[in-house]
Design a protein around this ligand. Structure first.
Ligand SMILES: [Zn+2]
Length: 215
């Protein structure tokens, strides 16, 4: 019997661009308000565009008992060659690794909050209840993302009340204008659109393509 030295399929790891660490305050820094938390994820979204390490989306998980950062996330779809790598998914995956728990709402866990620079797309919305976070805070609206060329996917019309029925608080429009400015800047800069279903292009002088995932 031979031992297989090289697996047939590669592994995949959610990871952050190296610059992210330099943009974060030290461990233990408190983010007392939702506005401060939103400022961080908007800054991550903005720098992610500037450094060309992904799309114009930032997110982070916060511990609501200590008001501290658990894990940040930025969109890395194109560089990591993975359509799952939306900012929210990266932040959730890293927060679960930091917490050594697949369930951020599990027994003994502090209440956790997902803060995202743009409202979650259909994929990230689906991930929210399974993640165990108890609170969702959003900056730009999904229509802002659509106006910039990104597709939010097929979401239930009453997604906020559906989350709240599961005990997850939803707060929208926190620094919406500032968050939308990052999307508009990306639109103006000709940033890559990472479309699903074969669509692709640049964000300047184009019509909005179908299947362009946001987040
Ligand atoms: Zn998403």
């Amino acid at each position: 019997m031979s031992t297989q030295q090289h697996p047939r399929f590669p592994s995949y790891e959610f990871s952050l661009p190296p610059w992210v660490e330099d943009c974060l305050p030290g461990p233990g820094h408190t983010f007392a308000t939702v506005e401060e938390r939103m400022d961080l994820v908007i800054r991550l979204a903005h720098i992610n565009c500037e450094r060309q390490t992904g799309g114009p989306f930032g997110a982070a998980i916060f511990n609501l008992e200590s008001s501290t950062l658990v894990a940040p996330g930025v969109n890395t779809v194109i560089p990591s060659r993975c359509s799952l790598a939306h900012a929210e998914m990266v932040a959730l995956a890293l927060a679960q690794q930091v917490s050594r728990n697949h369930d951020l709402g599990g027994p003994g866990m502090p209440r956790m909050q997902l803060v995202t620079s743009t409202e979650p797309c259909a994929m990230c919305l689906g991930a929210v209840p399974w993640s165990g976070v108890r609170s969702l805070v959003c900056g730009a609206r999904e229509e802002d993302a659509r106006d910039a060329g990104f597709d939010e996917g097929d979401k239930p019309a009453h997604w906020t009340s559906a989350l709240e029925a599961r005990g997850i608080d939803v707060l929208r429009d926190v620094k919406r204008k500032e968050a939308n400015n990052v999307l508009r800047a990306y639109l103006g800069s000709g940033g890559d659109l990472y479309n699903g279903g074969g669509g692709s292009g640049r964000a300047v002088g184009r019509t909005v393509p179908p299947g362009c995932g946001s987040g």
